[in-house]
Design a protein around this ligand. Structure first.
Ligand SMILES: [Ca+2]
Ligand SMILES: [Ca+2]
Ligand SMILES: [Ca+2]
Ligand SMILES: [Ca+2]
Length: 645
């Protein structure tokens, strides 16, 4: 074993020196003999060091081959459980002596990469796959181990050979998209809230971070992979014209004095290789956000909410059975066309459910077509497909509709209005009076989630599998979501009179309601308060007063990045607002991921008409070990420490 061998050799050398010093004055012949021994020992040490370095090189080469082999699997069993010993042996080979020349006289005697248990014993799995190490309550963090062993022979002085053996585990781990409260992949990330805003969860900024206000409070770890500026980003019109409102370098009360935002390691998002994505959608400017390679299937991470189109290579299709497109992981796909025809597909089926099918009728009963709301930012009356989540819950909990894709991961609806971009006639309906106003929706379409206080699968005991809604259109969440709110009970987060974290932590759900892992994913995600009425969207802002509202879900969405004509809105406006929230609390208990630029909801932030809420945002730790339906686990690949032999 490498490290021990080195230290024991060092000990031998020291003993030899002491031995020589003790006897030096006594016998010249002995001195000669000892010196001669030291020379041999030194030569042997050099040979061992060179042999060890060579063995390390072989180990690195095998690791690269192993990682490539295990990433490039072509079936679901190998992707889930890792390659078998047979497959690893076939996929890996020793580096040639031209690619990696051994030191003089040394030879590679043996090498192996063997599926193991978490304790690095040979696997007991009949198929020869590793025995996985599970997380506490989770399949997300499952780790699998292979033990790599390399033995190199080398000559010793006076003839004969010795050998050195190095061993390391090769480990594949799991990492969840929602390990953080905030996960952002854009190159520049801004937080510039007006009212006090508390972010009580870790934030990962995959790029540069800009914060400039004392109203922003991070109570947990914040890391970035680029730089952190206490200012606006240079493209922001306020840069160099408005003095940042942040005192004492942010050390007053913006974050823990002992843990300011800091540089951190790059974190992994999806297994879709970045190298497979169109670079136009990965850089900072939005002006070039168009297909650059005649492949419509690689246009940035926005692809996760799109469907595959045509024959172009699909980098999100990891193997024949594994796709990171949400539509491919949906239990039901629901489409509405320009004429408000609804078609519903179950699982991977390419044949729509007939309209007399019980699953069709149950889902159709939860949908209201041809309603609109005025979205000032988008300068349009957005025609929305309204989804009554409570009726979906009734159908799901009564087993009329089922979790039929994803190995029991919960219920995922993929919802798409295919008429986005075209003009249609529609109506804004007053939810109190029923009065209808005819309007034109010139191009924008959306999905509105209503009656979502109790989600499909959520019950009074135990943790159910969860509910995800994904749309390439805008999504509007209206009112409390996944909170357990009823006509007689609201979450304390809506009724508290003092709400200053971390002192005040009112529960964001009603006692007795077991929330489920949830995700709402769209081109943009908008939050409408408990007081929303579509009819008021046609009136001025003062007619759209919000009330305290609590949203318990992960949210994945895009934004419109800052340019010289408009601020992006920053992460404080990651969820978009449309009401007068002045003085009202918005609690978000979940996680946020900003993965792409919006492609449909591209209205600039400075066109929006609202006043912001007092934001109280928390990470929900159930997301650490429970992904919402449809979200896979990204894999990590690492070499473990040297192993004692
Ligand atoms: Ca771009
Ligand atoms: Ca492309
Ligand atoms: Ca696409
Ligand atoms: Ca499912």
């Amino acid at each position: 074993m490498k490290r021990t061998s080195r230290s024991s050799l060092a000990g031998s050398g020291l003993l030899a020196v002491l031995f020589a010093m003790t006897l030096a004055a006594a016998l010249v012949a002995t001195i000669y003999a000892v010196t001669n021994t030291q020379v041999s020992l030194t030569r042997r040490t050099v040979s061992r060091a060179a042999a060890t370095a060579y063995a390390d090189g072989v180990m690195e080469n095998l690791f690269d081959q192993w990682r490539t082999a295990i990433i490039s699997v072509t079936n679901a069993a190998d992707r889930a459980g890792g390659l078998t010993n047979t497959a690893v042996a076939a996929a890996l080979s020793a580096p040639s002596t031209t690619a990696l020349p051994p030191p003089s006289g040394a030879t590679l005697a043996n090498w192996s990469v063997v599926a193991s248990t978490p304790l690095l014993a040979p696997t007991t799995d009949a198929a020869g796959r590793p025995v996985p190490e599970n997380g506490t309550s989770s399949s997300l963090r499952v780790r699998i181990y292979y033990l790599a062993t390399v033995t190199v022979n080398f000559p010793v002085a006076g003839g004969g050979t010795d050998s050195v053996t190095v061993q390391r585990p090769f480990v594949r781990g799991g990492r969840n998209l929602f390990d953080n409260f905030y996960f952002g992949t854009q190159q520049k990330t801004e937080f510039h809230p007006g009212p006090d805003m508390y972010v009580s969860g870790t934030a990962y900024i995959g790029g540069d971070l800009f914060t400039a206000h004392d109203s922003l409070h991070f109570t947990r770890d914040v890391s970035f992979t680029g730089t952190h500026s206490l200012n606006y980003r240079p493209e922001d019109s306020r840069y160099n014209s408005t003095t940042p409102g942040i005192t004492n370098g942010g050390l007053g009360n913006n974050w823990d004095l002992n843990n300011p935002p800091h540089y951190g390691a790059q974190q992994k998002l999806l297994d879709t290789p970045v190298s497979g994505l169109d670079p136009n959608f990965l850089d900072d400017p939005i002006a070039n956000d168009s297909d650059s390679d005649s492949n419509p299937n690689n246009d940035g991470y926005h692809e996760i909410i799109e469907e595959k189109s045509g024959a172009g290579a699909d980098p999100l299709q990891l193997d024949s059975a594994t796709s990171e497109r949400m539509a491919d992981n949906a239990d039901y796909r629901i489409y509405v066309d320009a004429s408000n025809n609804v078609s519903i597909f179950k699982g991977a089926s390419t044949t729509a459910l007939v309209t007399t099918n019980s699953e069709y009728t149950a889902i159709r009963a939860a949908l209201t077509t041809n309603r609109a709301l005025r979205d000032v930012r988008e300068s349009d009356n957005v025609r929305v497909l309204s989804v009554d989540v409570g009726l979906v819950r009734t159908a799901y909990n009564g087993s009329t509709i089922t979790d039929n894709v994803g190995g029991g991961d919960g219920l995922l609806f993929y919802v798409r209005d295919t008429s986005a971009g075209n003009s249609v006639s529609t109506n804004v309906v007053n939810s109190s009076s029923g009065a209808s106003t005819a309007v034109t929706s010139t191009r924008r379409r959306g999905v509105k989630l209503v009656n979502g206080a109790q989600l499909p699968g959520a019950g009074s005991s135990g943790l159910a599998k969860g509910f995800s809604v994904v749309s390439p259109n805008s999504v509007y969440i209206q009112g409390d979501y996944n909170t357990g709110t009823t006509s007689s009970a609201q979450p304390p987060s809506n009724t508290t009179s003092t709400y200053v974290p971390p002192v005040d932590n009112p529960n964001p759900y009603v006692t007795g309601y077991n929330r489920v892992p949830a995700a709402v994913t769209g081109d943009a995600v908008n939050i409408l308060s408990n007081n929303w009425n579509d009819a008021n969207s046609l009136l001025s802002r003062s007619n759209r007063p919000a009330t305290n509202t609590t949203i318990n879900t992960a949210i994945v969405a895009g934004n419109v990045p800052t340019n010289t004509s408009s601020y992006s809105g920053g992460i404080e406006n990651f969820t978009r607002f449309h009401e007068d929230w002045g003085g009202d609390y918005l609690t978000i208990y979940g996680a946020l991921a900003l993965l792409y630029n919006s492609q449909q909801a591209t209205g600039p932030w400075n066109a929006a008409d609202y006043s912001p809420p007092n934001r109280r945002w928390y990470y929900d730790t159930i997301l650490q070990d429970n992904n919402p339906p449809g979200f896979r686990v990204a894999r990590t690949y690492e070499r473990g420490p040297w192993v004692q032999r």
